[in-house]
Structures are given as structure tokens and as C-alpha cells.
Design a protein around this ligand. Structure first.
Ligand code: FES
Ligand code: FES
Length: 169
């Protein structure tokens, strides 16, 4: 990713940058604080609140997004790194007003309770199944290993991934 031009803001001394990227199939060009995290940009500036901020240090996966086909913790991504990239959040995986098959599978298999972790789990599942449509149990566990859920346990989540694997065939 090419770094965009930094623009000093005289009064505060903070530095703004203009970044442009694709978010959920739409082109976005915005001015952001150079030190902003992608999580904050998505939630506070672009009002896509499905992406959750929990640990803030790359441990829980609640802030997961897909950048250029890779699952990434958006709390660890700085503003300048997103220039020119293609980003998908949970809001971008709806299919013409119906749930994505992965979302449907999570519903049917009880893959969530509070839902705080669910956007990240669903995006982790999508990133996995986009790369590997027929993952083994081990590959499923590895793909979800960076996403923590404190309330539902992993039984329903893993069943949901397996159901989504079948639904997407
Ligand atoms: S909030 Fe980003 S990994 Fe936990
Ligand atoms: S459903 Fe509550 S943290 Fe996952």
C-alpha cells in the first residue's frame, strides 16, 4: 500500500491524512488522523458498527475485517496502511437483503448468544471458506483460533462453519 500525503493541522498539532479505499464495494476517500486505527475509522467515521472493539491489542478478533482477501484485526491496522486497499466488514456480506449463508448457518446452529464476537467469527469463516471451500476440522479450528467467544462456547460455532461449508457448495 502506498502511503498517502500527510497534512499537518496547525491548531492541534495533530496530523491528518487523506486515504482512499474500497469499503464493502463502495469507494471511500476521507481525511483521518494519522494515528487512527482502522477500527475507529470504520466505527466512528463511517458508522459501520458491526465491527466491535474489545481488547484493542490484537487478542480477541472482535474487530476482524477482511482486507484484500485476508482476515485482519482492524485494531492493529493504522490509517496509512489502508490507502488503496479493499476492505469488507460484516455489513458488506449481506446478499441482496437476505442473510449470507454463513450468517444463516450461525443462526440455525446457535453459533452466538450476545453476538459481540459474531461479526468477527463470521468474517473468519468467510475468509476460510473463500480460500478453502472444504476445510478439515483442524483447519476450521485454526481459522477460528484468533477469535474469542466468552459466552456461547465453540460447539455451535464449529457446527455453523460446517453447515456453511455445505450451504456454500
Ligand atoms: S479488538 Fe482487535 S483483536 Fe480485540
Ligand atoms: S456470543 Fe458472546 S462473546 Fe461470542
Amino acid at each position: 500500500m502506498e502511503r498517502s500525503k500527510a497534512i499537518p493541522v496547525e491548531e492541534t498539532g495533530s496530523v491528518k491524512e487523506t486515504v482512499s479505499f474500497t469499503l464493502n464495494q463502495k469507494q471511500v476517500a476521507i481525511e483521518v488522523d494519522a494515528t487512527a486505527r482502522l477500527t475507529d475509522i470504520i466505527r466512528n467515521q463511517l458508522n459501520q458498527t458491526g465491527t466491535k472493539l474489545s481488547c484493542g491489542i490484537g487478542r480477541c478478533g472482535a474487530c476482524s475485517v477482511i482486507i484484500d482477501s485476508k482476515l485482519v484485526n482492524s485494531c492493529l491496522v493504522m490509517a496509512y496502511q489502508i490507502d488503496g486497499s479493499t476492505i469488507s466488514t460484516i455489513e458488506g456480506i449481506w446478499e441482496e437483503e437476505s442473510l449470507h449463508p454463513i450468517q444463516q448457518a450461525f443462526l440455525e446452529e446457535g453459533g452466538f448468544q450476545c453476538g459481540y464476537c459474531t461479526p468477527g467469527m463470521i468474517l473468519a469463516t468467510k475468509a476460510l471458506l473463500d480460500q478453502e471451500p472444504d476445510p478439515t476440522d483442524e483447519q476450521i479450528k485454526t481459522a477460528l483460533s484468533g477469535n474469542l467467544c466468552r459466552c456461547t462456547g465453540y460447539g455451535g460455532i464449529i457446527r455453523a462453519v460446517k453447515k456453511a461449508r455445505i450451504m456454500l457448495k
